[in-house]
Each structure stands twice: as C-alpha cells, then as structure tokens.
Design a protein around this ligand. Sequence first.
Ligand SMILES: C[S@@+](CC[C@H](N)C(=O)[O-])C[C@H]1O[C@@H](n2cnc3c(N)ncnc32)[C@H](O)[C@@H]1O
Length: 268
Amino acid sequence: MPPRRGIIGILNRNPLRPELMAEIPVAAATAADETRARALAAELRLPYEPVATLSGLGLIVRDGALELFDSRARGSHPMRVDFVSGKLRHRRLHGGGELLRKVLGRPDEAGYVLDAGAGLGADSFVMATLGYLVVALERSPIIHALLADGLARAGREPELEVVVARIKLVRADALEFLGAISDQQRPRVIHLDPMYPSRRKSALGRLDLRLVRAVVGDDPDANELLAVARQQAKKRVVVKRPLRAAPLGAVPASQIVGKSVRYDLYPA
Ligand SMILES: C[S@@+](CC[C@H](N)C(=O)[O-])C[C@H]1O[C@@H](n2cnc3c(N)ncnc32)[C@H](O)[C@@H]1O
C-alpha cells in the first residue's frame, strides 16, 4: 500500500529549506501569466522579474505552463515537463521501459515503487505507464514545481488521466521520508537515479539534465541515500547509472545493462 495521505501531507508541508533553493527569478511571458508567476514567486520565496530583463537561469510562466530557461547556456531554449507530446508520448505509444520492467518486478505485485529523486519525472512517468504505483519524491522546490506543473497538465488529458493518477508527487527529501515511514509504509522497490558525474564541457549532455544540474548541483549524499534505501526497501533497491560509471557505494549483487544506461541491483 502507498503511504497514507497523512504522511505525504506532513512532508509536503515541510518548510522550504534555504540550502535547496537556487536564487532564480520567476517571470511571466504574457500579461495573462502574471498572476500565476507572482503567486509562484511568493510561494517559493523567489524574486519576481519582468521577462524582458531575465538573464541567466529563470522560471517563466508561459500560456499557463511553467518553464525553466538559461539564456546563457549554449543551444538553450525554454524547457517544460511535457508528458503529452514528444519523446515520452512516443515511449508510451510504442513501448519502452523494458529495463524498468526487468528491475522493478511485476506491476501487479503488492506494494509501490519509490522514485527517490524524481527530477523531471521521465522515469516515474514510464513506470506509471507500465502500471506501477509510484511515489515520486523531489527535494528541490524548483524541480518539484516544474514536475507538478507537467503532471497537472498531463492529468487534464483524458488518455493520460489514469497514468498520472498512479503517481503521487511529494516534495520531500528521501532521507527524511524514509526515516519517517512506518514498517507497513515501506516501498516494495526503491529507484535511485542520482545526478551523473558531471561531464566535460566538450560533451555537454541533454539540455534538460543540464538545466536540472544548474538548479540542484550534484547529489553528494547519494551514497548515504543508497545505504538508507537498502534498509527500507522491502524487495530491492535499483540504481540507474551511466554504462561506464562506477557503482554508487557498495558493490551491487547484479546488473542489468541496456544500450545507454545500466541498473545496479541491491536486494533487500
Ligand atoms: C538525475 S535527476 C533524476 C532524473 C529522473 N530520473 C528523470 O527521469 O527525470 C536526480 C534528482 O534527484 C533529486 N534528489 C537527489 N537526492 C534526493 C533526495 N535525497 N531526496 C529527494 N530528491 C533527491 C535531485 O534534486 C534531482 O532532481
């Protein structure tokens, strides 16, 4: 069973942690977006700024959607979480997620999957598409806001309503969450996808991941999270890694290798 609403509510009401707040401004692309942009700036305690003066990293409300933009980054354009069209639509309609299916077990097994660092939600969304019940945790209030916005827009699409309903997004640090749940609330599987070791400038990587890194930096406590996750998962912890990256912390019991990433498996 997913954790009771109570615990999710308590964690969602957690005050904003200043150390997790990147000081980036919020702007409105059009006059119609201004009320929402100002409300978001107030909620996240970020400065509101006219879109014309934005330079560098900023959040922009455009036609009702929330975008992240870095005007200084090479090849940059505003990025929003989009589960409705593009790559994720293709994966939903034409298959995908074989690796996840292999490492997570059967979707109809009792229990839920904890995505303990949801980022922009691509993995959580694929899991939900495959039928898994997912609790998606994200500790960065800015990344959480982008993902909440993407899920809300997707949830208004009739063909995605059921998929989105399988995801409970919680703004929380996974270490706190795992420390607060009861024995009955422990997840069946915990999925970890910490920020990859940073790349050289010559190989900049995907724009969305670069923007996430610009907001959250690295995940220096990923080893600690793996250790706590191994104590709290009922079945296993699965860690997504680049093909050639060293395992996090302990040596995994086994690995499932895909074309561009692999999963390291740690049975509970
Ligand atoms: C590489 S991104 C995840 C990408 C994600 N799998 C996707 O499909 O978009 C890692 C994310 O985990 C979050 N994170 C790292 N440690 C966390 C923790 N202890 N609790 C909650 N979120 C965490 C970071 O803020 C970041 O957004």
